[in-house]
Design a binder for this molecule. Structure first.
Ligand code: FAD
Length: 472
């Protein structure tokens, strides 16, 4: 049983501030204490924005001595409540926003080193300036920061080709829960020297330490881009088409979009150009990134022709300009906004083995509609087996009418995902939202190992208390 944490009292706060340069504290405004889904409101005794790793170490060392909780904060875009602490002893909220420098770009090595507070869009731009690609890409890239992205092992639209945040990281610098600094900004592709602490910190959601900087992998920039939206019979046909597309190489993204998602764009009144006059049941967005001299239009036309001949695809739109590419991507990227407008009863970020997707969808559709007449909008990163599987009320009815059923509906989805060998959290993490699911579906030996690691690295339990693992 961990000792209870102490409140950051005004006296302790004044003591801590006296050890830091003026200007480190921030207003404790809603920007730091809310999260995108509005499910929790956080609390903090102090919001601190240190300027460098040494200041982070001083803050963590102080917190460890006084048994004060620390909630690391990146861009606040996390979708599982890891960055907000709504109850318990008053913690320190530690924002990395000032540690946002691009420290170095080693273009010949395809490596970029960034402070944890660097915003993803700025890292992408710095890579582009060196004629390289940093491929992590997601709708929150204008706000999410490198420390948060690594700590949640974020995914996004290019995982299929380049991997998730973990795959894009060569090294991290981090402050560990006792205030010591691990200087791990390695630029090595090979380094077999014992336990992989970097990979423990990645995806730990701030429960094992604070990432202060990272060395990141860059890639050659594709010279030619091409995008198409093709209708498909069903998710199984979409997967066969994915195999055909991958055989040709250069597939950067392969996103499943349902007819329900297209109808929601219209229902929400979003100014998005619909790709088809009548929304098909299913379609896929295919994005190619090719070397110079390759012709994306020809490649996409050939894919459509092969798909049509195999009875997989029967209609499509291929972008013939950058503006059209942006229009097609807007169809996919604005679906979450449309979902928010319609109002989900339950949202699930799931992953499944690819061959289990179609059987899961069949069983889940039948089981859920037997409970309530829900509308299902399943969409997302099909090539990664990652679906955002969201449930909505019938048209004209409010989600509040189904509030009592939300837990049952979520449980049906989670149980079936588990049954089909999948994960209840594909890319958003566990945070505070999914702690109970981790306990229910997690492998007991793995959970015991996770608790042992937490106790060894953070014996006082100060790092992001209650996130990922319940504080016992
Ligand atoms: C519109 C929208 C679209 C999204 N799309 C995707 C998507 O496609 N794929 C995807 O994976 N996610 C997606 N997300 C979720 C979110 O953007 C990611 O989880 C992102 O990685 C969070 O980064 P952040 O900097 O905002 O972190 P925060 O939200 O501030 O924090 C997230 C977690 O990391 C911890 N943390 C933050 N910084 C550090 C640090 N320096 N050291 C240690 N711990 C830290 C926090 O304590 C918290 O537990 C989306 C979110 C939104 C709002």
């Amino acid at each position: 049983m961990a000792e209870p944490l102490a409140d950051l009292t005004p006296g302790l706060a004044a003591d801590l501030l006296s050890r830091l340069p003026p200007g480190t504290a921030r207003d404790r405004g809603p920007a730091y204490l809310t999260e995108p889904r509005g499910m929790w409101r956080g609390r903090a005794g102090l919001v601190l924005a240190p300027a460098d790793t040494d200041e982070v170490a001083r803050i963590v060392g102080f917190a460890a001595r006084h048994r004060i909780g620390i909630v690391p904060w990146g861009g606040g875009t996390g979708l599982v409540g890891g960055q907000v602490l709504a109850e318990g002893a008053l913690p320190i909220l530690l924002s990395l926003e000032r540690m946002n420098a691009i420290r170095a770009v080693h273009a010949d090595e395809n490596v970029l080193i960034a402070g944890a507070g660097a915003i993803l869009a700025d890292v992408q731009a710095a890579a582009a300036q060196a004629d390289r690609l940093f491929p992590l890409s997601l709708a929150s890239e204008g706000s999410a920061r490198i420390g948060g992205l690594l700590s949640t092992n974020a995914g996004g639209v290019n995982v299929l080709r380049y991997g998730n945040a973990r795959d894009l990281c060569l090294g991290v610098e981090a402050v560990l829960p006792d205030g010591s600094v691990m200087y791990g900004l390695r630029r090595l592709r090979k380094d077999n020297t014992g336990y992989d602490i970097r990979n423990l910190l990645i995806g730990a959601e701030g429960t094992l330490g604070i990432v202060t900087a990272a060395s990141l992998r860059l890639f050659p920039r594709p010279a030619v881009r091409g995008t198409a939206i093709l209708t498909v019979r069903d998710p199984a046909a979409a997967l066969t088409l994915l195999g055909m597309a991958q055989a040709g190489g250069g597939v950067s993204a392969f996103e499943l979009i349902s007819g329900q998602g297209l109808r929601f764009l219209a229902e929400a009144g979003l100014a998005v150009r619909q790709p088809f006059a009548d929304p098909p049941d299913w379609c896929v967005l295919v994005d190619l990134g090719l070397p110079a001299g390759d012709d994306a239009m020809t490649r996409l036309e050939a894919l459509f022709a092969a798909g049509a001949e195999a009875g997989l695809a029967d209609d499509g739109v291929i972008a013939s300009s950058e503006a059209q590419r942006a229009e097609l991507w807007a169809v996919r990227e604005r679906i979450p906004e449309a979902n928010r407008h319609v109002g989900a009863i339950a949202s699930n970020d799931i992953s499944l083995p690819l061959s289990e997707i179609a059987p899961f969808m069949d069983r889940a559709g039948t089981a859920l509609t037997a409970i309530a007449p829900v509308r299902i909008n399943a969409f997302g990163h099909l090539g990664d087996g990652n679906l955002h599987y969201n449930l909505f009320p019938p048209k004209g009815r409010a989600k509040a009418e189904f509030a009592d059923l939300a837990d049952d509906l979520r449980r049906v989805v989670d149980d079936l995902v588990h049954d089909h060998g999948g994960s209840f959290s594909a890319e958003h993490g566990v945070g505070r939202l999914k702690v109970a699911q981790l306990e229910r579906y997690g492998d007991p030996a793995r959970l015991a190992a996770m608790r042992a690691i937490k106790a060894a690295l953070d014996p006082r339990g100060i790092m992001n208390p209650g996130a990922v693992l319940r504080r016992v």
